[in-house]
Design a protein around this ligand. Sequence first.
Ligand SMILES: *Cc1c(COP(=O)(O)O)cnc(C)c1O
Length: 353
Amino acid sequence: MSQYWSKLVHTLTPYVPGEQPKLQNLIKLNTNENPYPPSPKVLAAITQATSADLRLYPDPGSDRLREVIADYYAVTPSQVFVGNSSDEVLAHTFQALLKHDQALLFPDITYSFYPVYCGLYDIAYKTIPLNAQFQIDIEDYAQADGGAIIFPNPNAPTGCALGLAKITELLKQNPHSVVVVDEAYIDFGGTSAISLVSQLPNLLVVQTLSKSRSLAGLRVGLAVGHPDLIEALNRVKNSFNSYPLDRLAVAGAIAAFEDQAYFKLTCDAVINTRQKLTGRLQELGFEVLPSSANFVFVRHPEQDAATLAQRLRERHIIVRHFRLPRIEQFLRISIGTDAESQLLVEALEALLA
Ligand SMILES: *Cc1c(COP(=O)(O)O)cnc(C)c1O
């Protein structure tokens, strides 16, 4: 605390990201990073962009990247916004599109950055409980009354996905509300709502290259929606940072979207490992929520989650435990390689014996 701080800073409760331990030789299953490296073509593109041109500012609109993304999703570049991580895209979205007289609605169990942005931008919000199966019931959002709605699909940290039919119904049910679908994990088994944006002017879909494209370290995120929604994001972006994406990030991101074969290979590998791990965990007595993401959310009827996380840690395996209402007995375990998954199962077998 300091007398020099602005009033706002005194009120902030910042987001706490999962630990990035300095220790080597850990099995790191706590922040949903991809266990596979980025495509070799991404690394080659970044190397090539590492040139004397770095003395020049990048393109403020990242036009080439937006064209590649527009082609990939069969939309127009005017429907695409890019930013320095999806967290930044989300931040601009909260400020540009989610602050209204009516409260913003999001699930009680969800990405814990949402209430943090509400604090930063002074946005009134109301949380809507997931049902007893930890699923989103879209009927519960009928009360939006013109206030905006945001949720991840698949949801975090549950991993549970909502189908496109339900999302369409939610948007039609709330034509006066902006609905933001945060698709950080969509490539691991969900169906993207981007195919709906051209019919639904109130839908904004946000994605990241951090998870399914193995680029958490490059910080690239995007949003797709009606050009009017994108214009709102550009107004905020151009009042904040004209050049959010640097030359290396743009080069890497373009190469990532162009290497479709590598993307499919690594996504399929993660999905395959998730399916095998789910079976092994169930054999060990865990309840595993149905996951369409690169993590599983699990609880054991006889084991305290915090204790289990601590015991795994002593064996150099790091998973995520949230000390939050309704989910304090769950662990969120990121999907690693098959070898990491095997070591995790062996550690759990030893701990439960
Ligand atoms: C990981 C994650 C993000 C943030 O992704 P970045 O692009 O790395 O900032 C956003 N939303 C959800 C739900 C996430 O899990």
